[in-house]
Design a protein around this ligand. Sequence first.
Ligand SMILES: Cc1ncc(COP(=O)(O)O)c(C=O)c1O
Length: 421
Amino acid sequence: MNFSRRELMKTVGAGALALGAGQNMTAASSGGVMGVPPDFSVVRSEFPRAAKHLWLAAAETHPFSVHTLRALEEYSQYRALGALGRDGFTPAEQAETKQMFGALINASAEEIAFVLSTTDGENLVVSGLDLAGLGGNVVIDDLHFAASRYLYTALAEAGHIDLRVVQHRDWQIDVADMERAIDSNTRLVSMALVSNINGYMHNVRAISDIAHANGAYVYADIIQAAGNTPVDVQAMGIDCCACSTYKWLMGDFGLGFLYVKRDLQGDVIKQTRYGLRQVTQKDGHFVPRPGAAIYEGTTTMPYLPAVCAHQGLKYLARLGVRNIRTHTKRLVDRLQTEMPGLGYPSITPLDTPTPVVSFLTADPDVTRAKLDRAFGQRVVSPGQWQMTDSSGKTQSVRGIRIGVSVYNNDTDIDAFLNALD
Ligand SMILES: Cc1ncc(COP(=O)(O)O)c(C=O)c1O
């Protein structure tokens, strides 16, 4: 069922009504701030899509909240009609957005650059390190995202690097295998902190200690972690990381964040492109803006996804990532307990601290037919993955990936399990 414009505005209005005295604060979301867990039934009401359709695929894209809808409406009115006291996506909002993202991963705002996407961020790191010029090896693993595997495979095929791909065992990466792959010629260890394949979260601190002892740097793709699982770049020993905003940050395509540790900016991870977002101009001179601004793009930043990210980050800050994790863990635990009995073995380790969980499907067409019959549209992400057995042989397997978020509840899980029963 589609939203009519009238219905949409009613929803935005309802969300706005739930806001306290001009602040973007709701009864639900204020709980995170006060140390009291948020009321997740109210949170669900702030994601109107959740009541309309089951969506267990936040690992793909996350629905907008009513707050985002309202901010988009204001921004669109400003662009279409002017007025309303808005002024694009202001420098103050830009600064606040970086500050909020920094706070989410325990970094400072000056360690954050706006980029286009996760892949854009990783490319900036690779070119800034001059991996192609340095030579040596890069270590990744087979639970990494396809775009990253492509990036390093292309560099390897061009003869610029030696690529070492550590294979998973039992759908997790053994630190001892990483240790065997990393040596003093390793320039970079790159991983998806949380794998898009099965939600597996690396033992990143152990791996970064090994990388650093060998003089290598650590890049983490954090798109499947930021906003759903606590991330602390300092405690985890992550040197640089990136993500888009269209998944757990509740935003849209076209804007991402790159974190580069302060000590590495400029000298180790160099500036490789030039644009006016990186400088201010004074008396005919270009004055560099501080920090990670040197990695920013070559044009004005995209304001529409920035409006969404700003709202998403505010909402996350109010809910609190630990509260989010507590909420989703219970629902994921239900899936982990009940799905194998329905004939869907899990490929996500039980102690994985993320809301992304994947199951193998013996007959993907039958599974899809059952879900289509129950819901009339896609509700989870289908997947085809490479499974490595104990002898190191790989085979293609098919399955479904589920991403549980703040708006999901027990009724969703019941409906999903009943459909597969
Ligand atoms: C682990 C991981 N990395 C990266 C991406 C997307 O990359 P980008 O932000 O470049 O679109 C995804 C999207 O599914 C992902 O799951």
